[in-house]
Design a protein around this ligand. Sequence first.
Ligand SMILES: NC(=O)c1ccc[n+]([C@@H]2O[C@H](COP(=O)([O-])OP(=O)(O)OC[C@H]3O[C@@H](n4cnc5c(N)ncnc54)[C@H](O)[C@@H]3O)[C@@H](O)[C@H]2O)c1
Length: 287
Amino acid sequence: MSETDSTPAHVGVLGGGRMGAGIAHAFLLAGSSVTVIERDDTAAAAASDRVLDSVDASIDRGTALEEATSYRARFVTGTDVSSFAACDLVIEAVPEDIALKIDALTRVEKQLTPGAALASNTSSISIDELAAVLEDPERFLGMHFFNPVPASTLVEIVRGATTGPALIDDARGWVRALGKTPIVVADAPGFASSRLGVAIGLEAIRMLEEGVASAEDIDAAMTLGYKHPVGPLRLTDIVGLDVRLGIAEYLAAHLGARFEPPALLRRLVAEGHLGRKSGRGFYEWDA
Ligand SMILES: NC(=O)c1ccc[n+]([C@@H]2O[C@H](COP(=O)([O-])OP(=O)(O)OC[C@H]3O[C@@H](n4cnc5c(N)ncnc54)[C@H](O)[C@@H]3O)[C@@H](O)[C@H]2O)c1
């Protein structure tokens, strides 16, 4: 982080679920005021609990240095997107559904002041496709945070064809000010992280299918041989086989047959073996 890096004074987050709450937490700890807007009062209350619980946990761990009251004074939740008029940056983190995101982004953009930036935390939807519905696409970019946000140090900044160059520089500084590392990626399917991660995961499944080695030994090849923190098959179990199948199908449609999902992946998903969340994938998982 350089001395000039800082986060925007006021950040808005649309959707305070798993990712939105993590993003709100990150900007609060970095000194911004944060407004989280949810779809209804119940969801707004749940988002508030998620954010404040994780702020309290950071205070307990000693990674948040201010008093709890100081963070609370800079944090509000609500249900009315007109509150985003006060924000310098709004990050959309509603579920991964293009129609939902288009509706959300067009509603949010109408509230923004001319200089405010707008970002999507989408993990797979084309930034250019979303930008096409905006009145001012220069102010729009992808900011792909990773899960769980507090423990993840990478943010993929996705540069759309119409994203303003100065906005990319600003976003790099915001990410550094969060204590994270930015990488800048063009708007290509799977960006950098999903494309590489899924490529290794699919090849590992094909190797298992072909009897090259056991799941444990394939994973050990990468954890011990290449120092990956988790092997590709165990990671597929953690992410969810159905989630990875969906991404592979999307990448195969856009980038070609090299991302074609292996038959073993399709079979396990069809049988309901989705990985950790269902109790079985490439490994058995205890409840
Ligand atoms: N979960 C992950 O591992 C992960 C990682 C990186 C990126 N992402 C992306 O982040 C985005 C959000 O994912 P998530 O896992 O946090 O989902 P989530 O379901 O946990 O949270 C989504 C939130 O959006 C709210 N919401 C729905 N419609 C809304 C609306 N119209 N207005 C305001 N709020 C609304 C929901 O109430 C919910 O709280 C998706 O685009 C996803 O692809 C997820």
